[in-house]
Ligand binder design. Sequence first.
Ligand code: ADP
Ligand code: CIR
Length: 346
Amino acid sequence: MNYPKELKNSKSLLAKYLTPEVFEKLKDRTTANGYTLAQAINSGVQNPDSGIGAYVGDEESYTTFKELFDPIIEEYHGFKSTNKHKSNFNPDDLNAPNPDPENKYIISTRIRVGRNIKDIPLGTAISSEQRNKIEQDISSTLLTFTDELSGKYYPLNNMSKQESESLIKDHFLFKAGDRFLETAGLNRDWPNGRGIYHNNDKTFLVWINEEDELRIISMQNGGDIKEVFTRLSKAVKLLQSKVKFAYNDHLGYITSCPTNLGTAMRASVHIKVPNLGKNMDKFQEIADKYNVQIRGIDGEHSKSVGGIYDISNKRRLGVTEVQCVQDMYDGVVALIKAEQELVSLS
Ligand code: ADP
Ligand code: CIR
């Protein structure tokens, strides 16, 4: 394998840190599961417009290819390879009163965490038997949940195109055919082994076998962030009492993409800020100051529609769950203030 020339004009963190010297050092290494450097970098090589561009196949990949992943992790999360992760999922410690009680800006709030099963390869390297077993085990565990968390499991290979399209449009279900995931090996055997569990109100949802083996989600309309966090905290605690997830003291919860390590939490709001949308430099400046990320409303790599954006915490590792939500909250409060100022100026 030669140094991939596609990286020469890429601005991804992969291109930045996979120097020809690092490449030479890592190119023949594999993990015990047989995961290679070629697999780890394929998504970023095939998609030079990636922001990051690398995925791991198992927990061990983070040490086998540490010369590549340590600097990516340090730059994305501001977290050094000697640091330890920390956790606090206690809703009582969260100070996040609804920043928009009149429902003028915030359309909905969603908080998710990623989880992967301990001692099994991640989705990038999993076999179809292992994937199907996870689907079986997790869906039957979820079916024992009661009260607000009680729901049904909907396997993707038994869902009509109409049903899946409507769930995607309403922001409940993951999309099919993502090119970043495709080239990371995460769409193999699609749609088998994938599905979604949700309660009747679609306020508690679990994605099975997408980018991570589990994405546990709490969401609802409006800006009651604490209520969303409280529901998620309860559900995660319950699931964690029944299933062992991949975790270590340094990197926290292990995920296939290095941006999701640690808490594996993305707390977001869909927020209508059309004036900031016309002042992208100012918008980005505030986002950078508060460590929040701006996405479009149909998920990562999508565009804004009608001045509505997805604002979420950027850091997930070396900060607690409470701090992740606090980052998003502080960013949202600042963005609402800036939007109001732009309106009063016009
Ligand atoms: P993830 O959060 O799992 O990293 P995406 O950015 O791809 O993934 O978003 C997944 C889905 O969740 C998309 O349909 C997106 O529109 C929806 N979503 C994200 N945040 C919110 C929110 N605050 N309200 C409603 N839907 C949301
Ligand atoms: C990329 O590198 O752009 C994709 N593999 C997705 C990276 C993860 N998301 C992110 O930075 N928020």
